[in-house]
Design a protein around this ligand. Sequence first.
Ligand SMILES: Nc1ncnc2c1ncn2[C@@H]1O[C@H](COP(=O)(O)OP(=O)(O)OP(=O)(O)O)[C@@H](O)[C@H]1O
Ligand SMILES: [Mg+2]
Length: 647
Amino acid sequence: MCASNERLPFFSVEKTYIIVPLTSSCEWIGDFETLLKASPHGTRPWSGRRSHSELLGQNNERSDVMFKLLFKNMTAKNWIAVIGIFLLTLGQVFFMMQIVSYIGLLTGAVREKNIAEIWWYGLYMVICAILMAAVEIIIRFVSSAAASSTVTALREKMYRRVNEFAIADFASFSTESLITRTTNDMQNVHLAWLTFLKTAFVAPITMVWSIIILVQNANPRLTVITAIWLVVLVAAVVVLLMLVTPKYKIVQKLTDALNVASRENLTGVRVVRAFNAEAYQEAKFDKVNVHFTKLQIFTGRALALFTPLVMLVMMGLSLSILWASAYVLNNMNVDAANTMFATTNSFVMLANQIVMSFILMVTLIVIWPRASVSAKRIHEVIVHEVSVLDTQNPVEFKESGTIEFRNVGFAYPGTDKEAVSDITFKVNKGETIAFIGATGSGKTTIINMIARMADCTRGEVLVDGVNVKDVRQSDLRDRIGYAPQRGFLFKGNIKENIAFKNPEMTLADIRWAAEIADADGFVMAKRNGYDSEVAQGGSNFSGGQKQRLCIARAVATKPEILIFDDSFSALDYRTDKVVRGRIAEKLPGTTRVIIAQRVGTIMDADQIVVLDHGKIVGLGKHYDLVRNCPVYQEIALSQLSKEELGL
Ligand SMILES: Nc1ncnc2c1ncn2[C@@H]1O[C@H](COP(=O)(O)OP(=O)(O)OP(=O)(O)O)[C@@H](O)[C@H]1O
Ligand SMILES: [Mg+2]
């Protein structure tokens, strides 16, 4: 009877303890599932250069990268927070151990029916529990703030670095990959760092503290039992990790493939419909999806074993300790048995504390490798040496509105052949130079070197009389207005898009630019005029409208040099003529660089550069080229009759 009375408080204590591992392991599995859903990798399966080693985590210094990345980006405040968390954790474990040690005293007081002592011990334990909870809350607050601020700094650093990227740098990382690196990879690092801050100290401290107390208790039988169960737990977790981790790496790789399949299907939805290729696309998607699902089910099932496993160890451990104690208690008198039972009670709690600490550490062990892969990907971007750098000693521009190429060659990274070679020409202020040639002949590549979107790999590019590498990039680009080949608008409204460089621009100036680009008419026809909304990428405008707004944005800054990369091709013949006429009339001193497909667009240019396979095969005026340059002649004759060309 006495024994059953004594058991009651024990089981109630045990019950409260069951809740802790449940919550903790559920949290752990939740984290894992979030990680599975997330794709930390760029959608670039074709890039053997990174994806494989990254996705499979074949990198010996992964963990170092994680710490290197975090430590490098931690401010003094972050370091103080980490030290603070360590000290707070010591306090938290102290209160926890106080509760554990008072259980023995409380049991003694219950035995002696000393009500006053029961109250005092109870009160002390409640205070310790409250303090422990308070410290825990503070630790969570501080770790959340510290983890967020470190990752925010990291994200900012990465964003700034990507903004400095030139074309060659973008060729090293795909756009999708950069987006995933800034979002999902960051999330992984954030989660791992947060978990580290919350658990990395508490687990070892609790474990060491509990082991010290257990050893001090010097109960060899109970210590051996605890050790056996711990070995069972470690072995089970190792097997589980060995089962799950390789699959987990494939899951990451498949997430990548899934991203590509979805993205391709979404961006090419119109083509898919037009070709009735839904079934084909679906089959492609299904292949990845089914494989992905199977793996996820496998990892999910394997991880589902974790909670029952931990429960089994905890229960088994408690049961074994009680069993062993029961034998001892059997031969004792009631007083000695009561004392022994109090010790047993504390022992069960301490043993469970060790199991708990182990679980916390396992959480981190599982999250860390994936975060390390992500950290490596982030690190790659941050330490990537930008190919176009500002000079230390910038010089002054010598002229105004001139462009000169001296024997320029350019090879894209990863290619050994130059995309353009031996490019030499000079344009004076106010002149128009035009580039014409077949697709892929190198027109865009050449003009990209003017504003240092890419640096030539051979020769010299001069703007306003100085090598573009010897001036500040921002000074150089201040002199240049640029309309890209693919009209790109920013989300916002029309006004903001045209006044992109100078948000202070007056509406009159905005309209002046729009009129030159022949865009004022269609903008004013909209209900909200210049305040009309522009969807992301300008998707609510037609190709020609987008191009006109891009031309307006380029001319709005009244630059010295205007570059149009095939900007007129999307315009009808009339608009093309009108826009060129207005640019010539309103911006007479501006040097113009025009890439065009239509001979009609460039006939009046001061110089026409005819390109073929990256080389200049003709340079001069229309009149001469049409007679002396076979490539130009061929292009011209494919568009205009001999009579129109005056041949
Ligand atoms: N990012 C890149 N990486 C590797 N090669 C590239 C890259 N961009 C272009 N090229 C190659 O460089 C060559 C010239 O391309 P470029 O874009 O300059 O041609 P283009 O004359 O502007 O063609 P289009 O009229 O189609 O715009 C092509 O052979 C192309 O395949
Ligand atoms: Mg081009």
